[in-house]
Write a protein that binds this ligand. Structure first.
Ligand code: GDP
Length: 303
């Protein structure tokens, strides 16, 4: 059975994955960034994979993160006890992280713990971590290094970005499930996530980019730039640090030889690789399915 692989970080990649579920059904395999993971309140919190699962289960809350209709009683109680609750987590979201911690402590791989979550939430597609090993992003900004979530929340994701490190990446191993999915793919899509901190960790897991290049499947990216701007988050500051512009050419340049094509809403020429020009804003379900369908058709036409 051939797969459609989507590489995803948070919001942009997760929305594309949800659209791709309509198009590819159970052939969909999402490989998600785990370098944003964080241990909090005794729970293993895995923001990007969980966001993908919540989107795929149609359980994402309207605020854009967390489970639909979740409550925050545990955070309120922790505050009452004097705990500095800098990272807000819903009660059910916390339960997911606690259960994941228990499974990991029992010797399960992150891949297995995530599979248990996707099954429990009734998701037909697979969501795989980029690695079962511990990789953590740090960001240098404002004259100091921050663990990624502290950069995003305590430093409010403020640039300029002066450095990025993925601790543990050199010794990380991609799960065999992810490598198999890539080898058997009919198309591989890099979702419109932050290229530098959401997608680069996936590509930098030793052997993963080589697996992408060895796969007969075309690799296409959906640009995370919409109408010349970022929809959400600090992508611009990270692209600036990496030395690339905030446009399709910058995105294509950043990914380099990995890409066979790019999907973008920009009409300007000057791209050195095949491009599909279409509206890439995924603000509702029909738009998500349309962008996914057009992206898959574009990729398959490149083979
Ligand atoms: P985060 O972890 O939630 O910040 O999310 P990501 O790393 O997945 O992505 C942030 C990027 O997703 C930003 O560059 C956004 O511009 C992009 N993005 C979010 N929604 C959309 C969308 O509907 N279409 C496109 N093309 N990009 C999007």
């Amino acid at each position: 059975m051939s797969t459609v692989v989507v590489l995803a970080g948070g919001s942009g990649g997760a929305k594309l994955a949800r659209g791709m579920l309509d198009v590819a059904g159970s052939d969909l395999v999402v490989v998600a960034n785990t370098a944003d993971d964080v241990e909090l309140y005794g729970a293993h919190v895995s923001p990007d994979p969980d966001l993908c699962v919540f989107w795929l289960a149609d359980r994402i809350d309207a605020r854009g993160w967390g489970l639909d209709g979740d409550t925050f009683h545990v955070m309120d109680a922790l505050r009452e006890l004097g705990v500095d609750v800098w990272f807000n987590l819903g009660d059910r979201d916390l339960a997911i992280g606690l259960e994941r911690s228990r499974r990991l402590a029992d010797g399960e791989r992150l891949t297995e713990a995530l599979a248990a979550l996707t099954t429990a939430l009734g998701v037909r597609a697979r969501v795989l971590p980029m690695t079962d090993d511990v990789v953590r992003t740090r960001v240098h900004a404002g004259g100091r290094w921050w663990p990624f979530q502290e950069f995003m929340i305590c430093h409010r994701g403020q640039g300029p970005v002066e450095g990025v490190a993925f601790d543990g990446i050199d010794g990380a191993v991609a799960p065999s499930e992810a490598l198999d999915a890539v080898a058997r793919a009919r198309a591989i899509v890099i979702g419109p996530s932050n290229p530098v901190v959401s997608v680069r960790p996936i590509l930098d897991v030793p052997g993963f980019t080589e697996a992408l290049c060895a796969s007969p499947a075309p690799v296409v990216a959906v640009s995370p730039v919409v109408g010349g701007k970022v929809v959400k988050g600090p992508t611009e500051a990270f692209m600036a640090w990496a030395g690339f512009g905030l446009d399709a050419a910058g995105t294509a340049g950043y990914y380099g030889d990995v890409l066979d094509g790019i999907v973008t809403d920009e009409t300007a020429g000057g791209l050195a690789l095949p491009a599909l020009r279409t509206d890439t804003l995924m603000s509702d379900a029909p738009a998500r399915a349309r962008v996914a369908r057009e992206t898959l058709d574009f990729a398959l036409a490149l083979t």
